[in-house]
Design a protein around this ligand. Sequence first.
Ligand code: PGA
Length: 254
Amino acid sequence: MTRNQIAAANWKMHLTYAEAVDLLNALCQQPLNLQPHQQVVLGVPFPYLLPAVEKTKSHSQVYIAAQNCSDKLQGAFTGETAVGMIASVGATFVIIGHSERREYFNESNAVLTEKVNLTLAQQLTPIFCCGEALAIRESGTQNAFVAQQLQESLFHLSDAQIKKVVIAYEPIWAIGTGKTASAEQAQEMHAHLRTTLAQRYGAETAAAISILYGGSVKAANAKELFGMPDVDGGLVGGASLQAAEFLQIIAALK
Ligand code: PGA
């Protein structure tokens, strides 16, 4: 397996600091027994970035992610967080374009392009989220819709840059609903995305890019989902808030 297999947690706007420390301690207590191509990424709220970096620093394959970043480099943007700030506390990943950001904060493909560019310029790894709403899935146009999300926000990148991007396919109808895409549905979309990447960048580059599945991943379904040839791990919301559950998800990586 040449490309990285990643278990990424998205804590969203959950947990007090004390609860976050308990969860980090529980995750870091035992060796995770990760193989060289396996990574764990914890997407924590901004105030917990630095302590999360410090708590996990003895685990070489555990990385800390911000859940968002500003589309501006720096300046008078009250309440925003710049990529340089995220990097300066030792976080190494940024979740970009989560459907909740797109929907509730009106983030367009164009704004996300800026965020991807800033993240890469800062040597951070973007986890770029894409995925269709239920109405699009029901109309059968999901493949074109998701391909367009990649095209508009990523396809200006060079070959060397796109290889540094992690993609997360998250069908909106499966997020927080308990309604997981079937392993076959996930594989079908992931294969489609890899083909779309191959058409733009060539098969070798496309084969090197990790594509995560997100949407109601839990310990009970992780093995089947991650077992699919084009599913390279998951971006996990609710189930990442419980140590025992997330540890099992990590153990399900191939
Ligand atoms: P969920 O969230 O696992 O709770 O469905 C996934 C996500 O939104 O990243």
